[in-house]
Structures are given as structure tokens and as C-alpha cells.
Design a protein around this ligand. Structure first.
Ligand code: ADP
Length: 401
């Protein structure tokens, strides 16, 4: 079975073509800056060098068409015709309270995406554009949707409610939704395999440009750090994470900022970038810290402190801890952040393997000692694979009916 996985962002489109017989990727690529003059398309295949072309891509629909043209082109011969694709799996961002799992995409799902666009104004419309484009180009081909929010729908009300007037939840559905659900689900499944059981208490740290941390009990999300939007929780590349909410209205009045400017401030100008004034990239910050830059040092210390605070809080709400997982750009590649997060947790029964940790970048590894009661894993995330697996399951179940 061949499954195309599409991830349509606000101005980009990422794709992977997976062969599900052996779960291998036949081709992958990225269309960037859709709708802009300098849009470009990058394709990668095992047997070829990466190909990057500057081509005008006006819309997501045009982007999807370019992907199909590439896959079926005489030059690369990845597919003889588009009929070889058995199904499409879409990464969808916000499914509100309606979806707690992956779904076969129908008009109802598209309507839910529309209804939830108010929560995710950049991503949901792009997701809809991707789905609509595929519907037109592939009439009748089954498509599945895998929501970023779905995994966190198991959170109990006392975890997802905010202490705001109750009508705001009833009328406007303001609550914690959480994000990165597909990544947290993927890495937690692997951690449970490594632990050899399902009745586990895990803390999954997805640390990338956007970062979130999730408490997972027996495979289910109990609490997660991102909230109604992805701004809450951990300190991120350019997002502020948790702050006193009254600061926002205070800044609004003293700096005379519009709602759009405030949104830009907390989303794009804050985080480790805002504190350091240097970069959102941990490689730059660590280099600056080594040169003695005080604000880079402060930004990194703030990030580590917040992360450890969440690990402590999540251990408490789960009544103990079996494993911590590190994933995404920072989690997979940055030994210093992993060390700082785990250093001093010996009282939990965690024995960190300092030497092993130093050499682990982008690979599956256990970085606690063999006698550590609490395990620490680095697990590279693979959201596309999980989307493809869910799509395969959904399509197989309709085919068998
Ligand atoms: P996104 O949230 O955009 O998907 P990623 O998960 O790809 O982001 O993470 C990107 C971030 O990972 C970079 O901004 C950088 O901070 C961090 N990163 C990547 N490689 C390294 C590395 N070798 N050392 C430290 N940090 C790294």
C-alpha cells in the first residue's frame, strides 16, 4: 500500500510518499513560500541528490499538483500513474473537542476544520486547502486526517479547564487543547515498547522551535503544556510560554499595541530569542553562551528551569515516573539541554548517563544508566509515519467492510 502524507502549513506544504509494506519513504519534499514571488520546491529521494527548484507556486492546490507531477514525472518514475497512490493522510492541526482520534475525511471533518479555524487561523485554512486540492485532483481517493489536538482529548476536565468564567468555555470553547499530539503519541508508543509494558507513567518532551511537554499515563495524555493556543507552557524559540496573563493587558496599555501587535510579540518576538536578543536557535545560543554572552546564558537557564519545573509537576500529578523522553530538534540533538533537565533528579531514582548523553544526536538511545529506576530516552519523532499508519488502518477498515 502506497500512502501520501501531506502536511499543509500556512505557506508551506511538506509531503512524504510511504510504501507501507516495509514502512519506507520513497520520496519526500517541501514546497515553501506558497503565494510569494520566491516560492520554491525541494524534492528528495534515496537515489538522487536533493533537487531544489525556484518555481512560482500560487496556492496550496498548485503545490499539490506540483507534488503529483513530480511523483509521476518521466524523469524520476517514482509512480507510473497517480492511481498507484492508495490513500492520502493529512496532518490536521485543530479538531476542537470533536475528534479524539484519526478519521476518514468527509464533509463533516472539513466542516469541523472550518469551525475550528477560529482557534487556529493560520493552519486550519491551509489544512482545508490541502484537503480540497486533493479532493479535486483525486476524486474518490480515501483520505484520513490526523489531528495535532486529538491525542490530548483524554485530558480530564480539571486539567483542560482554565479558571475563567465558565460561560467562556460553554460559549467559546476556551480550554486547553494541546498540540504536537501526533509526536507525543509516536514517541510514547516507542517508549512503552522499550519498557516492555503499557501501564507506564511517561513525560514526553517535544523540544523544537515550538516546544511542549506531556504527562502520559498508560498511553493516554493526562496533561500537556501548550494550551488553548501553542503559546502556552514551555519557553520556546520565539514564543513566551507561561506568563502572568495580566502582563498582556498591561503591555497593551503602556506600549499602545494593537491585538495583532500583541499577538506578534508573544508569538514571534519572545522566547529565547526575545530574552537573548540573538537567535531562536539553540546552537547559536550555546555558542554565544560560550563566548560569555550573559543574555544567551540567561535565556538557556530560563528554558532549562521551566522544563525541569514541568518535569517535577508532571511527576507529581502522575504519582511517579517511569521514563522521560526527549524528541524534536533540541530534544534529539542537544545533549546540554537534556543534561540540564535531568541533572538533580536522582531523588526520583533517575541516574543519568552523562558520557553516553554527550554523543547522542538524532538517534534512538537510552541515556540513563542500566540500573536507573527512571529511564531516559532520546526518541526521534516521526509524525509522518504515524499519520501513514493511521491512514492505512482507516483505509483497511473501510475496505474490509
Ligand atoms: P520545528 O518546531 O520547527 O519543527 P525542530 O523540531 O526541527 O523545529 O527544531 C528546530 C530547533 O532545534 C532549532 O531551532 C534548534 O534550536 C534546535 N537544534 C537543531 N539541531 C540542534 C543541535 N545540534 N544542537 C542544539 N539545538 C539544535
Amino acid at each position: 500500500m502506497k500512502i501520501l502524507v501531506l502536511n499543509c502549513g500556512s505557506s508551506s506544504l511538506k509531503f512524504q510518499l510511504l510504501n507501507m509494506e516495509n514502512e519506507t519513504v520513497s520520496a519526500r519534499g517541501l514546497v515553501e513560500r506558497i503565494g510569494k514571488e520566491d516560492s520554491s520546491v525541494t524534492f528528495c529521494m534515496d537515489s538522487y541528490e536533493k533537487i531544489k527548484k525556484e518555481i512560482p507556486v500560487k496556492s496550496h492546490k498548485a503545490g499539490v499538483q506540483i507534488v503529483f507531477d513530480f511523483l509521476t514525472s518521466d524523469e524520476f518514475k517514482i509512480l507510473k500513474s497517480k492511481d498507484e497512490i492508495d490513500a492520502i493522510g493529512h496532518r490536521l492541526v485543530h479538531g476542537g473537542e470533536k475528534y479524539a482520534g484519526s478519521v476518514l475525511i468527509d464533509d463533516d471533518v472539513i466542516q469541523t476544520l472550518r469551525d475550528c479555524s477560529v482557534f487556529s487561523p493560520l493552519h486550519n485554512p491551509a489544512n482545508i486547502a490541502g484537503v480540497e486540492a486533493c479532493k479535486e485532483l483525486f476524486p474518490g481517493l480515501p483520505m484520513a486526517g490526523v489531528f495535532d489536538t486529538a491525542f490530548h482529548q483524554t485530558m480530564p476536565d480539571y486539567a483542560y479547564m482554565y479558571a475563567l468564567p465558565y460561560y467562556l468555555y460553554e460559549k467559546h470553547h476556551i480550554r486547553r487543547y494541546g498540540f504536537h499530539g501526533t509526536s507525543h503519541r509516536y514517541v510514547s508508543q516507542i517508549a512503552n515498547k522499550l519498557l516492555g509494558r503499557e501501564d507506564t507513567r511517561l513525560i514526553s518532551c517535544h523540544l523544537g522551535n515550538g516546544s511542549s511537554i506531556t504527562a502520559i499515563v498508560n498511553g493516554k495524555s493526562l496533561d500537556t503544556s501548550m494550551g488553548h493556543t501553542p503559546v502556552g507552557g514551555l519557553i520556546m524559540g520565539t514564543r513566551c510560554g507561561d506568563i502572568d496573563p495580566a502582563i498582556v493587558t498591561f503591555i497593551e496599555s503602556i506600549e499602545h499595541l494593537s491585538p495583532e501587535e500583541l499577538d506578534d510579540l508573544i508569538n514571534k518576538k519572545s522566547g529565547v530569542f526575545g530574552v537573548s536578543g540573538i537567535s531562536n536557535d539553540f546552537r547559536d545560543l550555546e555558542a554565544a553562551n560560550k563566548r560569555g554572552d550573559k543574555r544567551a546564558k540567561l535565556a538557556l537557564e530560563m528554558f532549562d528551569f521551566r522544563l525541569k519545573k514541568y518535569i517535577g509537576a508532571y511527576t507529581a500529578i502522575m504519582g511517579g515516573l517511569d521514563a522521560i523522553i526527549f524528541t524534536a530538534g533540541i530534544g534529539e540533538n542537544d545533549p546540554e539541554t537534556r543534561y540540564e533537565a535531568c541533572n538533580g533528579l536522582e531523588y526520583l531514582g533517575l541516574k543519568f548517563d552523562v558520557e553516553k548523553n554527550k554523543n547522542i544526536k538524532g538517534e534512538l538511545a537510552e541515556i540513563s544508566t542500566s540500573d536507573s529506576k527512571v529511564k531516559v530516552y532520546v526518541i526521534p519523532t516521526n509524525e509522518e509515519l504515524l499519520i501513514a499508519r493511521d491512514t492505512k488502518d482507516i483505509v483497511s477498515s473501510i475496505n474490509s467492510k
